[in-house]
Ligand binder design. Structure first.
Ligand code: CTP
Ligand code: CA
Length: 227
């Protein structure tokens, strides 16, 4: 029994993970999106399942296969992602990894927008999308462990710490995605873990290793080992 608890410390726990980008339609053929492969989020969903958690993965459009042993909901937009996350509550763990588009076009065109000679380019009027992490971090059914990401191109730790507070998260996984780091879309990641306790720098690792280590950390913070 001791071994089962050690190998599957998240048995009986429910987790919600978001991953990938969202696509916000401009018209039927065009959209606004962030860069995101979904690799890190999908790896985290798989790692939590590996530790025994009952995992719901809410994924934006990605080319990755659904991870084994995970319930996957496929969505396109931020609003659909929020709805799917709320529908998956209650949960013990929320890990919001998706690169959610911050803005959507107020009213997407029903037909393809055509170029018109001499009229110039269309102006898009944008509206802010709901903040899924912040909604979950302040929800009446807030999971016991709420984890967010902060992909930054500058002042990584300061920006990450600001997000820890504003989003109501227990942990923020901060990483530097500026050009030249090769993190975005690549197989490796280098992160710092921010919490009320301070900052912990992890070495550069495969995204699957970051996922395993994060899943272990979440399990440990939910049920600290006795002694
Ligand atoms: N996030 C979210 N919903 C949004 C925007 C962000 O759930 N509409 C989550 C991301 O999944 C991530 C965290 O919030 O876990 C931080 O995302 P990020 O884009 O770095 O932060 P923002 O608050 O959007 O701020 P900014 O883009 O201006 O840095
Ligand atoms: Ca953002």
């Amino acid at each position: 029994a001791g071994d089962a608890r050690r190998d599957r410390p998240l048995a009986g726990r429910r987790a919600i993970v978001t991953s990938g980008p969202t696509h916000e339609p401009i018209d039927p053929v065009r959209y606004i999106a962030n860069r995101s492969s979904g690799r890190q989020g999908h790896a985290i969903a798989a790692a939590l399942a590996e530790l025994g958690a009952d995992v719901t993965l809410v994924s934006g459009p990605v080319t990755l296969a659904d991870p084994a042993g995970v319930t996957v909901h496929h969505v396109e937009t931020a609003r659909e992602m929020l709805d799917a996350v709320l529908a998956a509550l209650p949960a013990d763990i929320a890990v919001m990894v998706a690169a959610v588009a911050d803005w959507r076009v107020d009213t997407a065109a029903g037909e393809k927008i055509k170029k018109k000679a001499g009229e110039g380019a269309p102006l898009l009027s944008l509206t802010e999308n709901p903040d899924i992490l912040k909604t979950i971090g302040h929800h009446a059914q807030r999971p016991a462990m709420v984890v967010g990401f902060a992909a930054e191109t500058q002042s990584v730790l300061d920006n990450g710490r600001a997000k820890l507070a504003s989003k109501g998260a227990d942990l923020i996984v901060a990483n530097d995605v500026s050009a030249g780091t090769g993190i975005m879309g690549g197989p490796r990641n280098q992160v710092a873990i921010l919490s009320a306790a301070g900052v912990e720098h992890w070495p550069e690792l495969d995204k699957s290793a970051v996922a395993d280590r994060l899943a272990r950390l979440i399990a440990q913070r939910l049920s600290p080992a006795p002694g």
